[in-house]
Design a protein around this ligand. Structure first.
Ligand code: PHE
Length: 460
């Protein structure tokens, strides 16, 4: 394939190093999913056994799609839509596979519209922690603070806007001077903050209990629903199936070994999730809180612990800063497919694409802002039994996390495993001989079967 059909594969445009790509892709993977969701679903599903299944899903289902999606992106070297259009031609496949590209651009557009609202919560909570609002507050007061935030559309809108502005600014500056610079600074910061939290938690007295909760599997606590939650979360946390890795992969130098790189990204992502658990559960146990408290775990339960402990204002601030950093590096990756599409298909400059795309996403995000208050009883597709009782936010989350991401991942596994030509694949993926054969077996059979099971389950 000639260079001109792969516009992103120009030397001045590429990630400057393998490390730069790893930081950006790991930055995308490590997000609210790791720090907010992983701890609470682990808590709800009884700990160790759930963690074990989650790890298996990451490596058997997540990593193969991560590899395939990055490889497809690099081969196409364009926006997800154009990449899929080119590949269906060069690989001689059915045109229908192009839906993968569209699915990616639309899903990343939609996911950012609500992710940015939650990102705004992190901004608010940094302020709350830093100004000592949790100090000495009881459960009711802290619950009231969270409820008060959700009930106030203007406050939500303000922080949603600030969060989106940060994201647009970074993405608008381009791959090297925007995304790379940002992740070069933010990812090490994230690790430092996380280590600080874990060290604090180690001294809190309940560290041992947290370790055994997370790592000694008790299979009697694991339900079928728990297994499927683990599977679904493995896809979400690795950012697969949504065009993001395809977009990032389009700037990946040809010399980089994708299989090895993907493994590194998965290991980083998993380590952050586990460390987040090790930072949070000791505090939960030390303060007699409930690990299975659900989605409010870090916004309602944890502030209670920060309010009781010495240095809690400082550690609370650190914790929510950590959450913010993780959310930003994920959010910039969500804007990337949209921006690439605007650049290539509408011929708009990068800065303007980021601004225009960001603005459109911000507008859609207002739907999510309102669904926590003014529109909390508005159920747009409520007349369809399936969507009954779902607010705008619930609907978007369901659409993206339960439909578009798994279907995208499934299609990518099938496209790379069955539809693409075999020649050149081992070199492109970076595997040879037995490990290539084993990989292809997993990609062709195990991965699609696994995703199909979760997908069908989520529908029922
Ligand atoms: N992986 C991110 C997280 O864990 C979420 C994400 C989904 C990012 C889809 C990009 C694309 O929070």
């Amino acid at each position: 394939m000639s260079e001109s059909t792969q516009p992103h594969q120009q030397a001045n445009n590429l990630w400057s190093s393998r490390m730069a790509f790893i930081l950006a892709a790991a930055g995308s993977a490590v997000g609210l999913g790791n720090i907010w969701k992983f701890p609470y679903i682990t808590g709800e599903n009884g700990g160790g056994a759930f963690v074990l299944i989650y790890l298996a899903c990451i490596f058997l289902i997540g990593v193969p799609v991560l590899i395939a999606e990055t490889m497809i992106g690099r081969r196409g070297g364009q926006s997800p839509v154009a990449t899929m259009r080119t590949l269906t031609k060069t690989e001689g496949t059915a045109r229908g596979w192009r839906a993968i590209g569209w699915n990616g651009v639309i899903a990343s557009f939609l996911v950012l519209s609500f992710y940015a609202v939650i990102g705004g919560w992190a901004l608010v909570y940094i302020g709350k922690a830093a100004t000592g609002l949790f100090t000495g507050a009881d459960a009711e007061a802290i619950g009231g603070q969270f409820g008060g935030l959700l009930a106030n559309p203007w406050e939500l809108l303000l922080w949603h806007s600030v969060f989106m502005a940060i994201v647009v600014f970074i993405v608008g500056r381009g791959i090297r001077s925007g995304l790379e610079k940002a992740v070069n600074m933010l990812m090490p910061l994230l690790f430092l903050l996380l280590i600080a939290m874990v060290i604090y938690a180690m001294n809190s007295g309940s560290f041992g209990r947290a370790v055994s909760f997370m790592f000694s599997p008790d299979f009697s606590k694991l339900t079928t629903a728990g297994v499927l939650t683990a599977l679904g979360h493995a896809a979400f946390t690795l950012s697969i199936g949504i065009g993001v890795l395809m977009a990032y992969g389009s700037y990946l130098p040809k010399t980089v070994n994708i299989a090895r790189t993907a493994m590194t990204i998965a290991v980083v992502d998993t380590s952050v999730a586990l460390l987040a658990g090790l930072a949070i559960f000791p505090l939960v146990f030390a303060n007699g809180l409930e690990p299975g408290a659900g989605p409010g775990l870090i916004f309602v339960t944890l502030p209670l612990a920060f309010g009781q402990m010495s240095g809690g204002a400082l550690f609370g601030t650190i914790f929510f800063a950590l959450l913010l950093v993780a959310a930003i590096t994920s959010a910039i990756s969500m804007l990337e497919p949209v921006v690439e599409w605007l650049e290539e298909h509408k011929g708009v400059s990068r800065a303007k694409s980021a601004l225009g795309g960001g603005l459109a996403i911000w507008v859609i995000g207002i739907g999510t802002v309102l669904s926590f208050n003014v529109w909390d009883s508005v159920h747009p597709l409520g007349f369809i039994p399936f969507f009954e009782g779902k607010t705008v936010f619930d609907l978007l989350d369901f659409l993206v996390s339960n439909l578009m991401m798994p279907l995208g991942g499934l299609a990518i596994a099938l496209f790379a495993g069955w539809a693409m030509k075999r020649e050149g694949l081992p070199a492109d993926i970076g595997l040879q001989g037995g490990s290539y054969t084993a990989f292809m077996f997993v990609l062709r059979y195990l991965t699609p079967a696994g995703i199909a099971v979760v997908f069908l389950y989520n529908l029922v």
